[in-house]
Design a protein around this ligand. Structure first.
Ligand code: TRP
Ligand code: ZN
Length: 457
């Protein structure tokens, strides 16, 4: 039935990826079975690069997503996640593809099946007014209008409001994000600014992300910003963009980015990315900081511990990324312990004192509501058991293996999984393998997976 299409495809080199599966292949899965967000992500392919061309005009977005991916099975169809927006057309390998939509699932049926192992390009043209998403825990993400523009954020699911993709942390890719805005506005994103030009009253910013990125830490901030670009003494490019009204208040804290990065590099190992920085945007809705890759976003001028926390995520979260949303404590426990260590090494409380402070909380305190390794539901992945009790797990590991091995672990773990993904079982196996003869069982049983407040500190 499809043979005539196969031969048509064979005649055109551009679409070689579309050729000749024996049989038609089967559809890729509509989700990757995440325990908390089961519809997020899609099976049957791995993305390697996104090129997003975004046009912004007041509340409207016009987008072209050019997605390079590799088929991991013979595919007759595959899905992307996209919530809202109008899809104006899709091609695969340069040929028009059929499209169906159901909720956040965009199902694409190429002209001919894709062969396992083939690399293929999907181009989605879309437009409309992007939505914001209210998360199970009540916080807002996605496309968030601000006084002078918009802030696009994506943890855990919001990126599907502003571009179609394989929106699960387990599928990381490099990105080019081109944003065109009315002249006079700035557009800031991840990676490095590779180009900027103005024609006919519109300015285009080209942002290039050369290291793999999970889509939940992709970001675009559009508005009136004071921007600064400079290098740290070690030669790392820093780019900051600050809401004009926060520029004065934030100058002294942002000036500490090189110092924080230097301390974190000493403590966590080589900085994983080719630039750093920060965005401060006084948006109406988020109210939280987020570890967007290269440059975290803050809803106002941050305190120093928050700056330390978000930049620590460049190692723990952005470079080593959780395999699923169940593994959130690998992000937040480490970033919180990073704050404790900063304090300890800068004349503040010792990490032991921080631990003791939290251990003193009564048995019915929310910090003991569930074990860090197994959050009780999607609404709770950013609750205290993930953050502070997650940090307590790390402190117990430190106590069990000693400072020398613990500080080596802080560096070797992100190095071992640089630019990749890991889950909690990978972590516990890693710690055990590198610490033979140490009894870590009680740490896992009582602190990482145990219900309720552990009997002993
Ligand atoms: N990851 C952010 C931080 O630590 C907090 C956060 C923002 C978050 N949005 C979230 C955590 C959604 C879980 C889910 O700094
Ligand atoms: Zn965090």
């Amino acid at each position: 039935m499809r043979s005539s299409r196969y031969s048509a495809a064979l005649a055109v080199p551009l679409v070689l990826a579309l050729t000749a599966c024996s049989g038609a292949g089967s559809p890729g899965a509509a989700g990757v079975r995440d325990p908390y967000f089961p519809r997020m992500g899609n099976g049957g392919y791995d993305t390697t690069h996104y090129s997003l061309t975004l046009g912004y005009e007041r509340d409207r977005l016009t987008g072209v997503a050019d997605i390079t991916a590799r088929a991991t099975q013979n595919l007759s169809a595959f899905n992307l996640d996209l919530k809202g927006m109008t899809v104006d057309g899709v091609t695969v390998g340069g040929r028009r593809a059929r499209v169906e939509r159901a909720g956040q699932e965009l199902t694409i049926r190429p002209d001919a099946s894709l062969r396992k192992g083939a690399t293929f390009r999907t181009v989605v043209r879309y437009s409309g007014r992007p939505e914001k998403i209210t998360d199970p825990d009540g916080s807002e993400e996605g496309w968030l209008p601000t006084e002078d523009g918009v802030l696009a954020l994506g943890e855990p699911t919001g990126s599907m409001t502003w571009f179609p993709g394989n929106h699960h942390p387990s599928d990381k890719a490099t990105y080019d994000i081109h944003v065109t805005v009315p002249e006079g506005l700035e557009a800031v994103s991840n990676g490095e600014l590779a180009g900027k030009r103005t024609t006919g009253g519109r300015t285009t910013f080209d942002w290039h992300t050369a290291q793999p990125m999970a889509s939940y830490v992709a970001m675009v901030a559009i508005g009136k910003f004071d921007t600064k670009a400079y290098n740290t003494p070690d030669g790392l490019p820093v780019y900051t963009a600050v809401d004009a009204e926060e520029a004065g208040a934030s100058a002294s804290i942002l000036a500490r980015i090189p110092e924080v990065i230097a301390w974190e590099t000493k403590t966590f190992g080589r900085y994983p990315f080719s630039s750093t920085g920060a965005v401060i945007d006084r948006d109406g809705d988020s109210g939280y900081a987020l570890e967007t890759q290269n440059r975290p976003v803050f809803p106002g001028t941050p305190e120093l511990p928050t700056l330390v926390h978000e930049l620590a995520h460049e190692w723990y979260g952005d470079s080593v990324t959780p395999k699923s949303w169940r593994d959130m404590w690998l992000n937040e426990g480490f970033a919180t312990y990073g704050e404790w260590l900063w304090e300890e090494q800068h004349d503040g409380d010792s990490a032991q004192e921080s631990f003791d402070h939290y251990y003193a909380k009564g048995g019915d305190d929310p910090i003991w509501a569930f074990p860090p390794g197994k959050p009780s539901g999607a609404a709770h992945i950013s609750d205290p058991p993930v953050y502070q009790r997650g940090a307590m797990v790390l402190h117990k590991i430190r106590e069990t293996i000693g400072d020398a091995r613990f500080f080596a672990l802080l560096k070797s773990w992100p190095a071992a999984h640089r630019y990749g993904n890991a889950d909690t079982a990978d972590f516990t196996a890693y710690v055990e393998k590198h610490n033979p003869g140490k009894d870590l069982r009680p740490v896992w049983d009582d602190w990482l997976y145990g219900n309720g407040k552990p009997d002993h500190p």
